[in-house]
Design a protein around this ligand. Sequence first.
Ligand code: 13P
Ligand code: SF4
Length: 404
Amino acid sequence: MNSYAAPDEIGSPEVSATAAALLLLGRGSDPDSERGVDCPGELPAASDPNLVARAWAAKRALGDRVFVLGHHYQRDEVIQFADVTGDSFKLARDAAARPEADYIVFCGVHFMAESADILTSSQQQVILPDLGAGCSMADMARGNQVLDAWDVLGEAGVADATIPVTYMNSAADIKGFTGEHGGVICTSSNAERALRWAFEQGEKVLFLPDEHLGRNTAVRQLGLSLEDCVLYNPLKPNGGLTREQLRAAKMILWRGHCSVHGRFTPAQVDKVRERVPGVRVIVHPECTHQVVTKADLVGSTEYIIRTIEAAPAGSSWAIGTELNLVRRLANEHPDKQITFLESTVCYCATMNRIDLPHLVHSLESLVQGQVINRITVDESVAQFARLALDRMLALPEMVSSNRD
Ligand code: 13P
Ligand code: SF4
């Protein structure tokens, strides 16, 4: 089962044992964290047989006043109500597509809802149906840690030559830091373009907070070597790096990872190849470099979907990404043999927190004129975060390249 707090975080002095235990139980909050709190109010019972009808009735009653966005990793029971589905990039672009909607209900995780709030008008209100839907990767880069890292880079004399490139999967203050320091946001769909842009602006990149997406993109798509990359560990003094290492590096990778994709292993790729003759292995770039190196194709969730759609009938696929999406693809393409890369890797626990009771509760509250679970980003942070997001949206669109 994918745990909410990564082992590193539980060991961190910033997260007390009690807080970590409560968060693992899905309760409580960490005020310094991207992750949220319990959902307030009376949730409908999950056993209520009328939940689907209630959600449709509330959505109909709200009409054009509500716009529901759904990330591909959401449950089927939720995704059926999305007006638009997509990966993080598509949803960031689409968030502002309905300026007439008073409410944006974001079926995804906290950092996505924050980005939607930053990119939509101040009259629009963004709602996350369960405030507990955070992201363990986003929590691996905290504002104070990133500011400390910037000081370390300054002391090594490399901050002026470094451009921050920050994965969408990050808290708003990290995006704000990025914008303020001349950097750009990226997603798994456009990381290559963002890195190329960054290397046109400076000599080095500080890539936050997913070391794997940073390494995979730099090595596979930009042709850098593994030796060009160093790993900055925020839990160690000076990131665990010497000044010489920082000066020699081209890519300074933040030590962070996705607790779902980080569980796929190279041995699982070997096993599925033995088990399913002729299988093609397609994985998300949040997987480790060893896994990505063994796969046939690598790309964002949107890329994975398009590849499976275009594949010939009778072809066999093993997919290394979140289970809700893999199950949906298998159901939608019964003419293709689709297997999950590894049966012991589970759903993203935080994405999965958005379920039908929470969605019904959010929509019915809106019908009654009550906005619950609103996500807002303070304008002092949002102005710089918007700068970094707008730089991303201005990059020419391209899809993560594959590899045969
Ligand atoms: P994409 O939506 O960019 O494929 O990222 C996957 C993910 O982990 C979102 O949390
Ligand atoms: Fe975060 Fe990974 Fe879940 Fe995406 S899949 S929300 S990166 S933990």
